[in-house]
Design a protein around this ligand. Structure first.
Ligand code: WT7
Length: 634
């Protein structure tokens, strides 16, 4: 190929790259894969079918992703800064870690894991705040071929235990505690509590962050720092198969049980690097900052892997946007001369609500590209971001993707393809979206709305759900034959740009985080005195969607605030504080069909305040409950 399109720089390039990627996907992706270090070249680029499903990329290829994130950069430019770690407290000094230093730290950490008998295929759960050891620990797993599963530090002991058990993890990497804004919070003691319900974990490695005296179980728990003293500074990378699992990341779906999305090495590597460089138009030497936590897919693909694969310099931030004040993001942008800034609409909306004073004292002239991810962005927030943060000179990319897609699938390419508020806009080269009607027929015209599916695999598509391949088939590949179903509805505007409307299943997107209604209901039902509950999402100014719970109790509620407290506590224990309901309405019954199915449509309309749009209620078992629910609306 005369042009391998590894870097699309113009709108014409984009059109040509997309055409080439559709005409000959194998040649297109093989050209991208050439950029990496492989121990053995692949025999075939792609084999796939969406029935079972089975998708394999770069078949027969052998590699280690950390040689691509680290070793090849150490050879070329080891003194380049890989991570600029900005601590929670602005008074604490930031730390810069070069590619050479990161390489050494990963090797040492990997040697510690090896000395504990952890190796290829073993599962390691990582439960850590945003400190450098989090990225180092994750890469150390990849170095030795262990499968990492990062669990966001805001999840409760019970959620953590469920994930450890589902993965059958042999080790847990954690810290003593964590800083979050003005608060200090426990981490190790949450792990201890979780491990009371787990039998597979043999080792717990603890990083020191807050300096607490935590309990250490002899034979099981050790301080990482002590272990690091006894190991070598080099660690040969384990040779892996392109299709070996790289990680498991748990995410919510329509059922109560989170599923372990599995990504494999070769395809994930090629796609995260490709999408990172092209969407953000990242140039060598620039400073990139993604504000997500490594506990979510965004922090896997656009902190841990994408930027390091591309040899980028990036900020890793431990804190929160509002500490010590709502100007923190902008202060950090100025301090580290950030060029590319990637955050969530919910963060933009919450900072927007704090007023412009917190923005205007900063210069922000280093910024070149802005991005958003996680949920649809409303036009008001988009314009505020564009005008007040980007000063009307930075392109804004609205990036649509999912835990399951591994990387950004629909987005403008910064400054290359056009942008439009509220629109993720254009499929990346190699991505083939389609809109379907409810019967599965393809909607080919523009200006139409449908269910968003993908008809062809891209390299970082999920391969399975851990321990339950049938669930993967059921959830993503069974709704429409031969299609990957995203769970989102979308509209194509008259010029063919995609606008993501939101989930069409029982999934709520709270501040860009995904929760299944069933998962929250089962947590609520564990509160004493609760008989049954139904949870729906409703529009929330800051979070995008809020959680509205309808709850039936055993006895009439005495003090509603007391009962609400119990329910919130039950959710906190089962899932974590991030999933706690915003509104709890006590009801004597739920609108059910004669077959006993809850009619969520009605509950959603009440929660949204669209009381005149309840639709047909004649099929309900007891239409009277709807009146009661409407009257008691919060
Ligand atoms: C769901 C995936 C991808 C990382 C963060 C969330 C929604 C994501 C956008 C966007 C509109 C978006 C979708 C998607 N979503 N990005 N730019 N515009 N909606 O990952 O937890 O796997 O959730 O988030 O509904 O299906 P996730």
């Amino acid at each position: 190929m005369s042009n391998d399109f590894s870097r699309v720089r113009t709108a014409e390039d984009y059109t040509a790259a997309r055409a080439a990627s559709i005409e000959d996907p194998e040649a297109f992706w093989a050209a991208q894969a050439e950029r990496f270090t492989w121990r053995r070249r692949w025999d075939r680029v792609l084999e796939w079918e969406f029935e079972t499903p089975s998708v394999k990329w770069f078949i027969g290829g052998r590699l280690n992703i950390t040689e691509n994130c680290l070793d090849r950069h150490v050879e070329a430019h080891g003194d380049r800064t890989a991570l600029i770690w900005e601590p929670n407290d602005p008074k604490e000094q930031a730390r810069r870690i070069t590619y050479s230093e990161l390489h050494e730290r990963v090797c040492r950490y990997a040697n510690v894991l090896k000395a504990k008998g952890i190796g290829k295929g073993d599962r390691v759960v990582v439960y850590m705040p945003m400190i450098p050891d989090l990225v180092v620990g994750v890469l150390a797993c990849a170095r030795i071929g262990a499968i990492h599963s990062v669990v966001f530090c805001g999840f409760s002991a019970r959620s953590l235990a469920d994930r450890i058990n589902d993965a059958g993890a042999k080790a847990v990497l954690c810290s003593d505690g964590m800083f979050r804004g003005p608060k200090e919070m426990p981490v190790k003691s949450v792990v201890d509590e979780a491990l009371e319900q787990c039998t597979t974990v043999e080792h717990v490695l603890v990083s020191r962050r807050v300096g607490w005296d935590v309990s250490m179980q002899p034979g099981r728990d050790t301080w990482l720092a002590d272990e690091l003293e006894h190991v070598d500074a080099t660690c040969p990378a384990e040779e892996m198969d392109s299709e070996d699992p790289l990680f498991i990341l748990y995410t919510s779906g329509s059922t109560g049980k989170p599923k372990g999305v599995v990504h494999t090495i070769g395809g994930y590597m090629v796609y995260t690097d490709y999408s990172f460089r092209n969407v953000f138009q990242y140039e060598e030497g620039q400073v990139f900052w993604c504000t997500a936590d490594v506990g979510w897919i965004t922090g896997h693909s656009y902190i841990t892997y994408g930027p390091l694969l591309a040899g980028a310099t990036q900020v890793m931030f431990e804190g929160v946007p509002t500490f010590p004040d709502p100007g923190r993001f902008w202060q950090v942008v100025d301090k580290h001369r950030v060029n590319v800034f990637y955050t969530a609409p919910t963060a933009i909306r919450s900072l927007m609500a704090c007023g412009l004073d917190h923005v205007l004292s900063y210069d922000l002239h280093s910024l070149k590209v802005l991005g958003t991810v996680g949920e649809p962005i409303n036009e008001e927030a988009w314009h505020w971001y564009k005008t007040h943060i980007g000063k009307d000179r930075c392109p804004v990319v609205d990036t649509w993707w999912q835990t399951e897609t591994g990387g950004i699938l629909i987005s403008s390419l910064a400054g290359v393809t056009d942008e439009k508020p509220g629109h993720a806009a254009h499929p990346l080269p190699g991505v083939q979206p389609v809109l379907l009607n409810a019967e599965g027929g393809e909607i080919t015209g523009n200006g139409e709305e449908g269910l968003l599916c993908m008809k062809f695999p891209w390299p970082s598509i999920l391969r399975t759900t851990w321990g339950d391949h049938e669930r993967c088939r059921q959830t993503y590949f069974s709704a429409f034959k031969g299609m990957y179903f995203t769970g989102d509805g979308a509209k194509r505007d008259l010029d063919g740009r995609y606008r993501i409307i939101g989930r069409v299943d029982d999934v709520i997107n709270v501040s860009g985080h995904r929760f299944g209604t069933a998962e929250i209901e089962s947590a609520i039902n564990q509160a004493k005195g609760v008989v049954e509950s139904a949870v729906v999402g409703y529009p929330h100014d800051i979070k995008g969607q809020g959680i509205y719970a309808y709850v039936i109790t055993e006895a009439p509620v005495g003090d509603p605030e007391d009962m609400r407290g119990h329910i919130v506590e039950a959710v906190r224990q089962a899932i974590g504080p991030i999933a706690k309901p915003d509104k709890i309405q006590f009801v004597s019954g739920l609108p059910k069909t004669r077959s006993g199915k809850i009619m969520r449509r009605i509950l959603r309309k009440v929660a949204e305040g669209e009381l005149d749009k309840l639709g047909d209620t004649s099929t309900l078992l007891d239409p009277k409950v709807v009146d009661e629910i409407q009257e008691g609306r919060l």
